[in-house]
Write a protein that binds this ligand. Structure first.
Ligand SMILES: Cc1cc2nc3c(=O)[nH]c(=O)nc-3n(C[C@H](O)[C@H](O)[C@H](O)COP(=O)(O)OP(=O)(O)OC[C@H]3O[C@@H](n4cnc5c(N)ncnc54)[C@H](O)[C@@H]3O)c2cc1C
Length: 370
């Protein structure tokens, strides 16, 4: 019998599976996408970058009904050779600029030249992996009112890690693992996998929007730029300048990272006594960097800054589709509408090509409209 099916078992697909009862087809051999946690050499890390729970509402209420969570006040800073409180926007001069032009133009119209030179320009050059003057502003919600506390002042973390949450959600779903969709016939309504095909009535897709459009053979000039990230999880001895912050935003450095997250400053049980567990994010567009060389340079720089001492463990991962940008406002929406006309609902963080976290992705899955 023909049924609606779901592509992808990240948080969006899992929530959609729980809500609708429809079967999920997942390319990999596990649920949760990049949002899983693991232990290594006494440290607790997340896969694919540090993952904490931001946001509230339906998504967080559901998580809390399944697993215990700890709540934290966010502590972030901007690192020069001194740490300044973040978000900078709360103290920076800010005018109500019209959101026109590229992200670079928008920030240039919103903050002073000095603020842009010292923070917004160098940080965003790295964060957008060089697309800063081509993409538009897509994260207005992260820009707090002057004097405000920022888009997120508290966050949560499952006491037993994200993998525990993922497992509890996956238990409630029917998941066909090792099923990578390799083609979609939108006229006959068929998804092709390696060794079989499945006819669908409606298709709920949570895989990256650009990938979905290519599977559908969408022709034309849809350009939905995605940048990638190299995340390096590091476990090390503490050193003289190991900070207390959870996150540090880094406008200037030699080895190219833009953000540091300190897992063990969020929860000290994430590292052995006297040690620091952290993640380093380096965005790139196109060719993958030389992981070994970059990891070496990052560690040297962090040791030179006195942030870490002797390294105990190091674990780099690549997230190919990490940050989703638009050249023009509404480009993604146009493509989502094109798919909807063909009974394909593309939703979730990567399905909508929209910056959002796990809590909102779970909400998307629960609120999927067929
Ligand atoms: C570096 C980084 C840090 C982040 N930090 C945070 C954070 O701290 N807090 C937060 O809330 N969010 C964070 N996020 C965002 C978070 O990862 C997303 O919100 C979340 O992954 C969205 O879940 P999803 O189910 O929509 O997509 P995904 O988790 O990407 O799930 C999609 C699933 O589809 C599968 N798939 C892909 N292609 C196919 C195919 N062809 N056929 C079948 N299956 C396929 C994939 O294997 C995957 O399991 C971060 C993201 C990045 C990149």
């Amino acid at each position: 019998m023909m049924s609606t099916i779901i592509l992808g078992s990240g948080f969006t697909g899992l929530a959609a599976g729980i809500k609708t009862g429809f079967p999920i087809y997942e390319a990999s051999n596990h649920a949760g996408g990049i949002c899983t946690t693991y232990a290594k050499d006494g440290f607790q890390f997340s896969n694919g970058g540090p993952h904490f729970l931001f946001g509230k509402g339906v998504g967080l209420d559901y998580i809390k009904s399944l697993v215990p969570v700890n709540e934290y006040e966010r502590k972030a800073g901007v690192y020069y050779n001194h740490i300044f409180p973040y978000p900078l926007q709360t103290t920076a001069q800010k005018v109500n600029a019209v959101n026109k032009g590229s992200l670079k133009e928008w920030l240039g119209n919103t903050f002073s030249q000095a603020e842009c030179n010292l923070f917004f320009n160098p940080f965003n050059e790295k964060y957008t992996a060089g697309l800063y003057d081509q993409v538009v502003q897509v994260e207005e919600f992260k820009s707090p009112p002057a004097g405000g506390v920022g888009f997120v002042s508290t966050f949560c973390d499952p006491v037993n890690g994200l993998t525990d949450l993922v497992s509890k959600m996956a238990e409630k779903c029917t998941i066909n693992y090792n099923h990578e969709a390799i083609g979609i016939d939108t006229k006959e309504k068929i998804v092709f996998f390696k060794n079989k095909h499945v006819k669908y009535e409606k298709l709920i897709s949570t895989i990256p929007l650009g990938r979905l459009l290519r599977l559908c053979g969408r022709e034309g000039d849809f350009k939905l730029p995605c940048t990638s990230v190299l995340v390096i999880n590091i476990g090390a001895d503490k050193a003289v300048n190991t900070p207390d912050e959870h996150w540090l935003y880094v406008p200037f450095c030699k080895s190219g990272f833009h953000r540091l997250c300190f897992y063990s400053n969020v929860d000290k049980s994430k590292a052995p006594e006297g040690k620091v567990g952290m993640a380093v994010e380096i965005a790139y567009y196109g060719d993958q960097p030389d992981i070994e060389r970059v990891s070496f340079e990052v560690i040297k720089e962090l040791q030179d800054w006195g942030m870490i001492g002797k390294v105990i463990t190091i674990d780099p991962t690549i997230v190919k589709v990490a940050y989703t940008w638009e050249y023009n406002k509404g480009d993604a929406k146009k493509e989502i509408d094109w798919l909807r006309e063909r009974d394909i609902i593309s939703t979730g963080r990567y399905g909508k090509h929209k910056f959002q976290g796990m809590v909102d992705s779970i909400k998307d899955g629960f609120e999927v409209e067929l």
